[in-house]
Unconditional design. Structure first.
Length: 441
């Protein structure tokens, strides 16, 4: 008898431990069964079972709701500030690598970025219509690390955008969970000229729940942690940024392009107040993210456009096609007004405040004047993101940039400042001077 009792006790302990989370549900289900119309049972027993079943169900709802509230409070995210990301260095060094800061909006509002001048020069030379940078699409897609999956819902409601904390259910930006592309390998000079760049499928919300949480920390024991929730997914133990192939954040490919009009004006777009990054600021002529649909228009790299085995394409063409798509949408340009052959990638850079997010900047000539573009108006859904188009004399913009002054009156988005710096560096180089002379002719 004692042995039987011990075995029963052991089995009950096992069942309580394994199924303790479902215990209230199991009890509620058992009692609910008593509410079924069973003719052989007295009406008093059925009524008592119904009452007990309802009470158990209510208890289960309250218990589960309390557990959910506790989990959400435990996963509270707070803004840690931008100080920790201003001195981030890469794991690798080269003669052309450098970190820099751009100032925008206010003296205290700085954006840190890193780029490599040798990589940029290689992109200048490999982004014309006859050059090939081999790209490959990975077979899988990106998935958030387990811990970031656990706080994903919290991140979307309490996340951060460009240092501004969003309040729950208020002033939320207009966002769609679009199908985008991430960069899974670092575009070094060797990878651009002799290797290949690997891209993977990713969603927009993956970036919101990883890269955009760079300055967000969790509250543990009543105090905020001193490290970002994504720090060890984007940096090594020494605090240096990881190469893209080692990083575990979404790393959606950002793209920005500067359009130069036929009368030598730089085209900028005023963003709407509903834009998620730098609302109301001046943005580049076209800016956004590389989308999966851009793969459809990318030229093949000699492997066949529909080669499902190798999944190879011209990565430079993919990036430029994405830039020109954004340009058409935001600057109100028709395809025949864009000199596709003049399009160049001017820089690859990593955006520090967005967990070292990879970005590409470019430049292109368009066959319309600045005045013609300024007279056009946004319509439909694009009005939610772009408010107006304006053109500024290019040389004036470059001169003010060189003097340290703001290139234009008004606030510039961070990516626009870097895109203008990249354009200036390109146009000062013999390659860029030849480009400017050729398109002017």
């Amino acid at each position: 008898m004692g042995t039987l009792l011990r075995r029963l006790h052991s089995r009950l302990d096992y069942l309580r431990f394994v199924y303790r989370g479902e215990l209230s549900w199991i009890v509620a289900l058992a009692l609910f069964a008593l509410t079924l119309p069973i003719s052989s049972l007295p009406a008093e027993i059925v009524l008592a079972g119904a009452l007990l079943g309802g009470a158990a169900a209510l208890f289960g709802l309250v218990r589960t709701g309390v557990a959910i509230l506790r989990e959400w409070r435990r996963a509270k995210l707070v803004d840690l500030g931008l100080e920790a990301v201003r001195e981030v260095a890469p794991q690798w060094e080269s003669a052309g690598s450098s970190s820099a800061m751009v100032r925008h909006a206010a003296p205290a509002d700085l954006t840190a970025f890193w780029w490599d001048r040798e990589v940029n020069r290689s992109l200048w030379q490999h982004s014309h219509r006859f050059a090939i940078v081999v790209g490959r699409l990975g077979a899988g897609r990106y998935h958030l690390p387990t811990r970031l999956q656990d706080i994903a819902g919290r991140a979307l409601r309490y996340g951060k955008v460009s240092g501004k904390t969003r309040r729950e259910n208020r002033s939320l930006p207009i966002r769609f969970n679009g199908r985008l592309l991430r960069l899974a390998t670092e575009p070094t000079v060797a990878a651009i000229e002799q290797g290949e760049l690997e891209f993977e499928r990713v969603s927009y919300f993956d970036g919101e729940c990883s890269n955009e949480l760079w300055t967000a920390g969790e509250v543990a024991g009543g105090k905020p942690e001193d490290r970002s929730v994504v720090h060890h997914y984007a940096c090594d133990r020494a605090g240096r940024m990881l190469a893209l192939e080692n990083a575990r954040v979404a790393n959606i490919v950002g793209i920005s392009v500067l359009a130069i009009t036929s009368d030598d004006h730089a085209v900028l777009v005023r963003q709407s107040t509903g834009n998620s990054i730098a609302p109301g600021a001046w943005a580049a002529s076209g800016s956004g993210s590389l989308e999966q649909r851009d793969l459809l228009t990318a030229s093949s790299a000699g492997h066949g456009k529909d080669d499902a085995v190798s999944r190879r394409f011209n990565a430079a063409t993919l990036i430029l096609d994405g830039m020109l798509r954004e340009l058409r949408e935001e600057s109100l340009l028709r395809p025949d007004e864009i000199d596709r052959g003049s399009a160049r990638i001017t820089a690859y850079w990593r955006w520090a405040q967005r967990a070292m997010k990879p970005e590409f900047s470019g430049i292109v000539r368009v066959n319309v004047t600045g005045a013609e573009l300024a007279a056009r108006r946004h319509r439909g859904t694009e009005r939610a993101f772009s408010a107006s188009v304006a053109a500024f004399p290019l040389q004036t913009v470059l001169d003010r940039l060189a003097s340290g002054a703001s290139p234009v009156d008004g606030v510039l988005s961070p990516s626009t400042e870097v895109t203008l710096l990249a354009a200036a560096a390109f146009l000062e180089d013999p390659v860029g001077k030849a480009w400017r002379g050729a398109v002017a002719a």
